[in-house]
Design a protein around this ligand. Structure first.
Ligand code: FES
Ligand code: FES
Length: 165
């Protein structure tokens, strides 16, 4: 019979540009690795059943709900979290600036996931219509129901004039 130590798997990821290696149980979700093992608590957990989008991160260039991914599945990947968009003490990311300017957050719980989803949305479609924005954000739930100003913030970034990386 295997002891607890032997059941752990080694996962190596590059997260926000830093290579990290962590030992995890096979059942551990990526969102828990990010928050609990790496202390990157900007990635939130609203449901852990892939409904709310609060846990969205960028994995190898795609916005992914990190509660839908086992940590072991992320081995070898490159991940960006909300902390990776604007270094501590540095300038805010343009999407964060737009949220600030358009009052696109209330409690802020959904905001990191919204921003990571919008970042991909604008990469795929730099000039989305309101309908396309609302469709693109349909997997992210705001419990404060602040969708109107979130859409306005995204519209302010549309036109492709801003960098969204
Ligand atoms: Fe992942 Fe809600 S916590 S979708
Ligand atoms: Fe509160 Fe969206 S701002 S959940």
């Amino acid at each position: 019979m295997l002891d607890a130590e032997e059941k752990l798997h080694t996962v190596t990821i590059t997260i926000n540009g830093v290579r990290r290696t962590v030992s995890v149980e096979p059942r551990k979700l990526l969102v828990h690795l990010i928050r609990d093992d790496l202390d990157l608590t900007g990635t939130h957990i609203g449901c852990d059943t892939s409904q709310c989008g609060a846990c969205t991160v960028d994995i190898d260039g795609a916005a992914v709900k990190s509660c839908t991914v086992l940590a072991v599945m992320a081995d070898g990947s490159s991940i960006t979290t909300i902390e990776g968009l604007a270094p501590a003490g540095g300038a805010l990311h343009p999407i964060q600036v737009a949220f600030h300017e358009h009052h696109a957050l209330q409690c802020g719980f959904c905001t990191p996931g919204m921003i990571m989803t919008i970042r991909e949305l604008l990469k795929q479609n730099p000039n989305p219509s309101e309908r396309e924005i609302r469709h693109g954000l349909s997997g992210n739930i705001c419990r404060c129901t602040g969708y109107h100003n979130i859409v306005r913030a995204v519209e302010s970034l549309a036109a492709g004039a801003q960098r969204h990386d």
